[in-house]
Design a protein around this ligand. Sequence first.
Ligand SMILES: Nc1ncnc2c1ncn2[C@@H]1O[C@H](COP(=O)(O)OS(=O)(=O)O)[C@@H](OP(=O)(O)O)[C@H]1O
Length: 334
Amino acid sequence: MLFKQQAQLRQKLLVLGSLAIGSVLYLVARVGTLESPIPGPEQIPLRSIQFKRALLHELRRGNGTKEQLGLQRLVQQLPQAIIIGVRKGGTRALLEMLNLHPTVVKASQEIHYFDNAKNYARGIEWYRSKMPFSFPHQITIEKSPAYFITDEVPERIFKMNSSIKLLIIVREPTTRAVSDYTQVLEGKERKNKTYHKFEKLAIDSSTFEVNTKYKAVRTSIYTKHLERWLKYFPVEQFHIVDGDRLITDPLSELKLVEQFLHLPPRISPFNLYFNATRGFYCLRFNIVFSKCLAGSKGRIHPEVDPSVLTKLQRFFHPFNQKFYQITGRTFTWP
Ligand SMILES: Nc1ncnc2c1ncn2[C@@H]1O[C@H](COP(=O)(O)OS(=O)(=O)O)[C@@H](OP(=O)(O)O)[C@H]1O
């Protein structure tokens, strides 16, 4: 009995200790690093949010119940915004970077609720149960890149929330297709299986034209997919993120997303630093905690015959023009 009480006391002290250390480190980290906060009704007390995040972390680790940690107001909210695609566009980087914002809570896993018949049949409360705990003033975001290209998804999302905000991150279409191929190739190699070369898959061997049956090619015809979505949602409900710029200048892209989501600007230069070894920007949450994306992000692409790349770029050109026209955002793709 005495032993149990001592163990409980020790656990409580541990929780309080880690919370106190976390808060002090957080305050030290934020002082002087934040952009001057914008005054107004939207302003959220950052420090208390970060403190609550620390409590949330303790809850997830099983170091107390909601009541013990004073987290009764925690809820599992359906997402108010979804990153619907595009596969290999930088969806993971975008989600992780948005999660730096104190008002954003991410669903860590891809949930595949709307594109997977079995999951969809489980119902909306199943979907909600997959969402992270958050406070009512926070917004939940999930990403499942397969949503963008799956026929049934727009209608299903519309039925859940017709005013939801939709984020699409795109990359130069040919590079995206090669990235898509690289991921599949790696999977095959891991299983000691052989796989065709990209050139063979992307070009029809009888007509020497671009093979539009190849999924990696089809996914890059962004306008075709977007048109299906526009049957349900007005174009204002979408925000297009430049995935190429998210790699080279992530903060500029994140600022545009903050505006689109009506979030106060809180992601600052402090939160992002370039890691020369990785060749990418990594994320800094505070002076002690920073992380880069997993090694599966930023793979080295195989070399592709330049004439095939040119053929693909020519093929995508008219679709790209249409995409610019519809979205009102122009990219520098060839
Ligand atoms: N900061 C940072 N760190 C690492 N990787 C980054 C980052 N920003 C964008 N990217 C690019 O993200 C590409 C992977 O895209 P996705 O996350 O959408 O892939 S997936 O569809 O979820 O598999 C991945 O594509 P590849 O380079 O082709 O592997 C990266 O180029």
